[in-house]
Design a binder for this molecule. Structure first.
Ligand SMILES: Cc1cc2nc3c(=O)[nH]c(=O)nc-3n(C[C@H](O)[C@H](O)[C@H](O)COP(=O)(O)OP(=O)(O)OC[C@H]3O[C@@H](n4cnc5c(N)ncnc54)[C@H](O)[C@@H]3O)c2cc1C
Length: 421
């Protein structure tokens, strides 16, 4: 009995509330933002006995987003696939080059696409079931100078022992850190369109750092364009998007326009920006946890919220950035280094993105690689090596196909081919 009690005490000291970095009695955690990062962080903390209050000015809402979750998100958080909430499971993708060439392929793992209101609702329900309190109000100020954190939410003064800032890309609450600069952000514009589709489409543009997408959801499409902030005027982005909508013959009756910011962090921002302090930390978009090539942010929001909660449970909030680096920040830093080259660079006399579409059609080895990239199972660290390792075979397959050999193994899912150069 005594041994059992001693074990239990040791466990609660090691993992339960009261083992925070600063205060031996850290118990009350305020979270600003009930999106994926804040909601999952709250759920994890509440299930370890912390008193968690999540403040969100809208709670579950239709945040402008594609809503696509890759296989790595599903693997880490299987409840995203298992629940009964409406979602679309998409297995086929199509890439379209700036010149209009197309390549369609089956992904190695499906992408699961949610309406954000549904996804946020699901995550907040789990947080509430774990013991979190949710408050629907806007947090307008945060002061982390004192022994306790002081915040104002909906005009009311509140206090907590620690604050998690998970208020997204537009986060204005910046204790002891800097805002994301224009170079760390992308502009996005899009439409929610009430129509049904089964294929996910991505279109590149010539000399353009960004892309357009059409993501099918349970009862509508999210169609949009993203581009580095400051590089293209909004009216030009809208023109590209409207042309895409026309080309893809998307029926626009009842479509709703949206625009939002998306972090697209530079390598030095990922490496150097401060995301944790004595009694505060950031997660998700607020911490710039987004893939600068693909714009994937949902997995990184969930994972950063999860890792931050674990660091707090362990009483080691200062270990959070290091854990983030080991989990994915190093990889995102590599992505930031290649993003510009990928969208603007040339290979064998043509745009890299165009060559990608061509290789997809003509090289099964390259198609396998892109399938894994789309599933989120191919990291950037090993991508370069894999490209080099299979360079010879990719080229051979491409040349064989170019000279008219047909019936290459594994090409049956390529239903729509462009012409060879
Ligand atoms: C157009 C677009 C398309 C995208 N498509 C995809 C995709 O298909 N797949 C993917 O993985 N990622 C995608 N992303 C990225 C993804 O949306 C984000 O990375 C993700 O939502 C980040 O989650 P978060 O919890 O950090 O922030 P958010 O989801 O932005 O949540 C922040 C929450 O904080 C609340 N809030 C903000 N300020 C305050 C305040 N002062 N007081 C109280 N509450 C506040 C907001 O109401 C919001 O609910 C897309 C982004 C955009 C803009």
């Amino acid at each position: 009995m005594i041994v059992l009690l001693a074990r239990r005490l040791r466990y609660s000291r090691a993992t339960g509330p009261g083992k925070g970095l600063n205060s031996p009695a850290m118990k009350d955690i305020a979270i600003v933002g009930g999106g994926p990062a804040g909601a999952l962080c709250g759920e994890r903390l509440a299930s370890h006995g912390f008193n968690v209050t999540i403040f969100d000015e809208r709670l579950a809402w239709e945040k402008p987003c594609g809503g696509g979750l890759t296989h790595k998100a599903i693997q880490a958080y299987p409840f995203l696939l298992e629940g009964s909430q409406p979602k679309k499971i998409v297995r086929t993708a199509e890439l379209i080059s700036g010149g209009g060439h197309r390549a369609r392929f089956e992904m190695s793992h499906p992408i699961v696409i949610y309406a954000r209101k549904v996804l946020n609702g699901l995550l907040l329900d789990r947080a509430i079931a774990a013991g979190c309190t949710t408050v629907c109000s806007r947090v307008t100020s945060v002061n982390t100078d004192g022994a306790q954190v002081h915040l104002t939410a909906g005009g009311e003064a509140r206090r907590s022992d620690f604050i998690v800032l998970a208020a997204g890309a537009r986060n204005q609450l910046l204790p002891e850190t800097t805002a994301l600069s224009t170079k760390d952000l992308e502009v996005t514009l899009g439409y929610f369109v009430p129509t049904e589709e089964d294929i996910l489409k991505v279109k590149f543009l010539k000399e353009f750092e960004g892309y357009m997408w059409s993501f099918p959801r349970a009862d509508h499409l999210s169609v949009g364009i993203c581009a580095k902030m400051g590089q293209s005027p909004t009216h030009q982005l809208r023109r590209h998007l409207d042309q895409f909508v026309d080309e893809e013959k998307i029926p626009m009756l009842g479509a709703r326009f949206y625009s939002h910011m998306l972090p697209s962090p530079q390598a030095q921002t990922i490496r150097n920006r401060r995301i944790v302090g004595r009694n505060w930390a950031m997660a998700g978009d607020a911490a710039a946890c987004v893939d600068p090539v693909t714009g994937e942010g949902l997995y990184y929001a969930l994972r950063s919220g999860d890792l931050l909660a674990q660091a707090l449970v362990d009483g080691q909030p200062q270990a959070y950035p290091e854990r983030l680096r080991a989990a994915f920040s190093n990889d995102l830093e590599l992505a930031a280094q290649i993003a510009r080259k990928l969208f603007r660079g040339n290979f064998l006399g043509g745009a890299i993105t165009t060559r990608m579409v061509q290789l997809l059609n003509y090289s099964p080895a390259f198609r396998d690689l892109i399938r894994d990239v789309f599933s989120g199972t191919q990291d950037y660290r090993t991508l370069k090596q894999r490209l080099w390792d299979q360079f010879g075979i990719t080229l051979l397959e491409f040349i064989r196909s170019w000279f008219g050999f047909r019936g290459l193994p594994g090409t049956t899912d390529s239903v729509s081919r462009e012409q060879c150069p």
